[in-house]
Design a protein around this ligand. Structure first.
Ligand SMILES: C[S@@+](CC[C@H](N)C(=O)[O-])C[C@H]1O[C@@H](n2cnc3c(N)ncnc32)[C@H](O)[C@@H]1O
Length: 317
């Protein structure tokens, strides 16, 4: 077998089962010293470098992510019980933030100089209602689901304008703050706990950057499932192309595991489940104190990919 070489380091890679199999089995039978090419037995825990180190670190990250998501290490769950655990266990990340006081954790002088928490939701609701109007949706007759609704702030603000509103989230701790709302806890990061074809509008606000990249396509497919035919999906996210948004996210403990995504990535996720992308709207160009004077300018800038956040609107076929 042809083994890649790096001068002066000991490397794995000569194992006949191959790296992928090796990772799956968490086993490597032997390693080769690059100085003379001779095989030496593996020593668990010994420092290795190069591709092996990268592979070990990937495996550790995958194991950590699995344990965080399912609540127990994979090795402790019998293979025939894994489905059960994977589907019912809850990620604890936002339960922890809810317990510590989510809004307290969001507080940041830079964010507050830009706008107060209430304004961020007001601005989104304005955008959402404009969108519904443009799509010819009469919100007073429409049903709206907010996926990853958190403490339900947007739903509470928007509820008077819709016939019916509902929310879901993987975090029971966040949902505890949704008093007065019809909310359900998600047993799985990829499954929405509502019937197919139930909603005219689904929003997903600042959620995707907390979802594992590998889980995003399945989540999007399930969101499409709960939409009615011709229903609208609106995904709102922090804009990674805006340096202030980047900075605020980097400083926030709530976003310590976040992976921001561009509007292009959201559009690709939607198209992959056969949704039609209607448009992308950038907003939050100006701080709250200038918004009332600058609203018309902000609307004119909406196609410029520099606003603090963006909304991607899509329609189910
Ligand atoms: C930053 S908070 C945003 C909450 C709310 N949308 C808002 O704008 O205030 C992210 C929320 O997404 C939830 N979340 C993370 N992954 C999720 C998933 N796969 N499905 C549903 N909710 C998820 C978290 O539990 C958390 O409540």
């Amino acid at each position: 077998m042809d083994v890649p070489r790096f001068s002066g380091v000991v490397q794995l890679g000569c194992c006949p089962v191959g790296l992928e199999q090796c990772l799956r089995n968490q086993f490597c039978g032997s390693k080769r010293s690059s100085s003379d090419g001779t095989r030496v037995p593996s020593e668990p825990g010994k420092l290795v470098q190069g591709p092996a180190l990268a592979a070990n670190s990937l495996r550790r990250r995958a194991e950590k992510a699995y344990t965080a998501r399912v609540g127990r290490p994979k090795s402790e769950i019998p293979a025939n019980k894994r489905d059960e655990h994977e589907n019912t266990a809850m990620p604890a990340e936002f339960d922890g933030y809810a317990a510590e006081g989510y809004s307290k954790l969001l507080s940041d002088p830079l964010r507050e100089r830009f706008a107060g928490s209430e304004f961020f939701f007001q601005r989104k609701l304005i955008l959402l209602r404009e969108l519904c109007q443009r799509c010819g949706m009469n919100t007073e007759r429409a049903s709206w689901l907010d996926v990853g609704c958190g403490e339900g702030s947007l739903l509470k603000m928007g509820k008077p304008y819709f016939r019916e509103v509902a929310g879901c989230d993987v975090s029971a701790g966040m949902l505890r703050h949704c008093e007065g709302l019809n909310v359900r806890r998600q047993d799985s990061a990829q499954r929405i706990p509502f019937d197919s074809g139930s909603f005219d509008l689904v929003t997903v606000v600042c959620v995707y950057h907390h979802v594992d990249v590998a889980e995003r396509p399945a989540l999007t497919a399930d969101i499409s499932r709960v939409l009615k035919a011709k229903g609208i999906l609106c995904v709102i996210e922090h804009n990674p192309l805006n340096p202030v948004a980047q900075l605020i996210v980097r400083r926030s403990s709530v976003d310590s595991h976040a992976h921001l995504l561009t509007a292009g990535k959201v559009r690709r996720l939607a198209r992959a489940v056969q949704m039609e992308v209607l448009g992308t709207h950038y907003f939050l160009f100006f701080p709250e104190r200038y918004y009332s004077a600058m609203a018309a300018t902000e609307a004119r800038l909406s196609s410029l990919p520099l606003g603090g956040q963006y909304a991607v609107f899509c329609r189910k076929d």
